[in-house]
Write a protein that binds this ligand. Structure first.
Ligand code: NAD
Length: 485
């Protein structure tokens, strides 16, 4: 059996960063390693009073040193933080692999993505400009892009580093002071990130981190009357709660929620190019990816070919502990495994086309799920329509372009869509007709590009993070009209 050696982070994990000081909480939570369900670390179980202290510290930072920095100075701090993250990428990757169960190389890619977000937003901080507006005689009118103020960031466990990079990175670039509530299932890299921020010289209170339960620290942050903007990434039901709480305070919210994203393979698709994406985009991070391509729509003329190739790919998939760095690691928790297996229990036997294998020496206590490829289901079957958040993909046939668009757009979600066709006119047409925040043509995900605005429509949420667009989301526009005669 692959034994997991005892792991230590080298820093106190059961603390919260509030106003530049690490504080002990009144209660704690235990983190487990999903690869073998062993105890990993103890973290703070932040309470409403801790959130309150963090929001006050953030407010004080805006009125103090942090608020007085120039955009260039903020950018330099972010760049320094990015460089520190890049330097420590292997250390962060090991930590994330233990905490989330992510295969090591995927965790390393996340650490480098965090570094890249910080580099990007560091460089962008002093390039966000207002405008002058031609107006009536005797006036000069211009706009200012200003921070919201205190921003709350509620982050899930599946990509902690990437999500912190795109939301906290952009918010800090615009001069907001942040309160980050990482997920209770995985938050070690959030704590490491906060330590780095302190080390590289972020002023006290610019970034505050309060781990804890969603219903406690998360709910307290969403409802706090002195928070000016909320960024939430997670499930639809919790997104609904966060938006409802924000509405009580008339606070803007960015919601990055779930998905049931399609990849569409047309009769003229270049399958050699498509194949690596078709399966990988479904099983990456054990399918616990909001933008997972969990549906593969295939023109009937290519169905036999695609089915044969994807079946072979699934049969070759190996599942095991994160540090073994196989195709698929464990899912985050026993509960998540139960949810996925509950979905699979409803799959008719004939619909199972292929399954990957859990390696023999994987610890029996780990949360392993066999990746499963399904076919022969109607597009409105719950397995083809609902987000499973596990390594499960469904192949669906279509006859015409019209069919493909109808099926692709038939879920409540609209996060990402992929298109495999050599027909240029069709590429243009469908890019417009697909209901999604991002459309990829002859690729899927474009390598994750931090520069590319990301977000959903429908139940996938609203608002955009990533890219320059996030800087507009994390700021507000003020119009100044001067009458000088
Ligand atoms: P979740 O909604 O249960 O938890 C996400 C975060 O919300 C956690 O930090 C949690 O503590 C907090 N939370 C829970 N209850 C809360 C409450 N009552 N008030 C405030 N905060 C609360 O989601 P999850 O299971 O951790 O993540 C899976 C979901 O997230 C999936 O649906 C997935 O698609 C989605 N997701 C979306 C994106 C995206 O960018 N669109 C990225 C990652 C995950």
């Amino acid at each position: 059996m692959l034994q997991t050696p005892r792991y230590t982070t080298g820093f106190a994990t059961d603390e919260m960063l509030i106003g530049g000081t690490w504080r002990k909480p009144t209660a704690t939570l235990d983190l487990i390693d999903p690869s073998d369900a062993s105890d990993l670390a103890r973290i703070a179980r932040g309470q409403a009073q801790d959130i309150d202290a963090a929001v006050s510290a953030a407010r004080a930072a805006l009125d103090g040193t942090w608020g007085a920095l120039t955009a260039t100075e903020r950018g330099r701090l972010l760049a320094r933080l990015g460089a520190r993250v890049a330097e420590k990428a292997d250390w962060l990757a090991e930590m994330e692999a233990r905490d989330v169960g992510k295969p090591l190389s995927q965790a390393r890619a996340d650490a480098l993505a965090l570094a890249r977000y910080l580099e990007f937003y560091g460089g962008a901080a002093d390039k966000v400009m207002g405008e002058t507006i031609p107006y009536q005689q005797g006036y000069t009118v211009y706009t200012l892009r200003e921070p919201h103020g205190v921003t709350g960031h509620i982050v899930p466990w599946n990509y902690p580093m990437q999500i912190i990079g795109r939301s906290v990175g952009a918010a800090l670039a615009m001069g907001n002071a942040c309160v980050l509530k990482p997920a209770e299932e995985a938050c070690l890299t959030a704590l490491a990130f906060a330590r780095f921020a302190n080390d590289v010289g972020f002023p006290a209170g610019a970034l505050n981190v309060v781990p804890g339960l969603g219903a406690e620290a998360g709910a307290a942050l969403s409802a706090h009357p002195d928070v000016d903007h909320l960024s939430f990434t997670g499930s639809v039901p919790v997104g609904t709660l966060v938006q409802t709480a924000a509405a009580q305070n008339i606070v803007p919210v960015t919601l990055e929620l779930g998905g049931k994203s399609p990849q569409i393979v047309f009769e003229d698709a270049d399958l050699d190019r498509a194949m690596p994406f078709l399966v990988n985009a479904g099983i990456q991070n054990a399918g616990q990816t909001c933008s997972a391509a969990s549906r593969i729509l295939v023109h009937t003329s290519r169905m036999a070919e695609v089915q044969a190739a994807t079946t072979a790919a699934y049969q070759a998939l190996r599942v095991g502990p994160a540090r073994a760095d196989l195709h698929v690691g464990p899912v985050i928790s026993a509960r998540q495994k139960e949810i996925i297996e509950g979905f699979l229990a409803d799959a008719p036997e004939t619909s199972v086309l292929a399954r990957g294998e859990v390696v023999e020496d994987a610890p029996g206590s780990g949360h392993y799920v066999r990746p499963t490829l399904l076919g022969g289901l109607a597009p409105d079957h719950p397995l083809a329509r609902d987000e499973i958040f596990g390594p499960v993909q469904v192949i669906l046939p279509f006859e015409t372009e019209e069919d493909a668009v109808r099926i692709a757009n038939s879920t409540d979600y609209g996060l990402v869509a992929g298109l495999w066709t050599e027909n240029g006119a069709r590429q243009m047409r469908l890019a417009k007709r697909l209901r999604a925040g991002q459309v990829f043509v002859n690729n899927y995900g474009a390598g994750g590009g931090v520069e590319l605005p990301f977000g959903g429509v429908g139940k996938s949420g609203h608002g955009r993070e990533k890219g320059f667009e996030a800087l507009y989301g994390f700021s507000q526009l003020k119009t100044v009209a001067t009458h000088h005669g």
